[in-house]
Design a protein around this ligand. Sequence first.
Ligand SMILES: C[S@@+](CC[C@H](N)C(=O)[O-])C[C@H]1O[C@@H](n2cnc3c(N)ncnc32)[C@H](O)[C@@H]1O
Length: 297
Amino acid sequence: MRPGTEPSPIHIPVMVPEVLSYLNVRPDGVYLDGTVGLGGHAKHILSHLNSDGRFVGVDRDARALDICKETIHAFATPISLYNRSYDTIPSLLRSEEIPPVNGILLDLGLSSLQLSSAERGFAYSTDGPLDMRFDPESGVTAESLIQNSTEKELADILYQYGEERHSRRIARYIKKAASMTTISDLLESIRRCTAPAHRQRTLARIFQALRIAVNNELDSLHHFLDTFIDSLAIGGRIVIISYHSLEDRPVKHSFKQFNRDGRLRILTKKPITPSIDEVATNSKARSAKLRAAERII
Ligand SMILES: C[S@@+](CC[C@H](N)C(=O)[O-])C[C@H]1O[C@@H](n2cnc3c(N)ncnc32)[C@H](O)[C@@H]1O
C-alpha cells in the first residue's frame, strides 16, 4: 500500500441521536461543528440539512480536515472547513460574513485518527515521538514542554491537568531520565516510580495532563465559553460533549452564568451520558458528558 493511501481509521461519533435532538437541526439552518475531526457528527448533521442550509466545520488538525472533506463532500448543503481553533469562531464568522448560527457543536478530546497515529504521540499503547499537538504545524511538542519546564512546573502541570496526586515524584523521575524524546522514554520513567496495579490509571492522567498543557486546551475552552454567545442566533442551540471534569466544570459554570443573565435556557439540568448499549459498542464514549443550552436573548 502506498504511503498516504491507508484506509482512514474509523471514528465512532459519540451520542449521535442526543446531539441531533439537542441541536434541533432545521433543514435550512446554519450549523457549526467546532471540533469537526473526521466528520463523524458532521455527516449526521448534514443528513438533516438541505441545500438552503449551511455547514461550517473547524478543527486544529489539518489531516483530520482532509479526511472530513472526503467524508462529507457529496452532500448538497454548502460546506466550509477551516483549520483553526474553535475559540476563534467569533472572528471567523465576522471575517467570513457568516451571520450568527443556529447550532454549535463541540466534541472535545481526541479522534481515533490522533490516537491511532503513532507519530502523533497521543497514545501510550504505541511508541512514537513525544509530540501530542493537535496541530502538528504549530506550537510546542510534549518533548519541548518537558525539557523547558522545571521539575516544579512539570509537577504542577501533572497535578492541575491530570489531578495526579503523586505529581512531584513522577515529575522528578521524568526530569532525571537520561533521554526524554519518545513515548517509551516517558513510559519507562513512569514505570520506575509507580506500582503496577495503579499504572494504567496513572498513565491516563499523565497523558491527559501533558496533552492539555501542550495544546492549551483549557485556555481555548475558557476563551470560547466567554465569547460564543454572540455567535449563536436567538433560538440557536449549543451542544458540548466533554470527557473529564476539567472540561465539564467550566461548561456547566458558563451555561449557568448565561442562564442567570437571562441569555441562555439550559436544556440539560444534569449532563447527559451515553446509554449502556453505546458504551458496550464504543468504549471511548464511557466518560462522555453532554450539556446543551438555547440562546433566548
Ligand atoms: C473527539 S474529536 C471530534 C470527532 C468528531 N466529532 C467526529 O465525530 O469525527 C475532537 C477533535 O477536536 C479537535 N480539537 C481539539 N482542540 C481543538 C481546538 N481548540 N479547536 C479546534 N479543534 C480542536 C481535535 O483535533 C479533534 O479532531
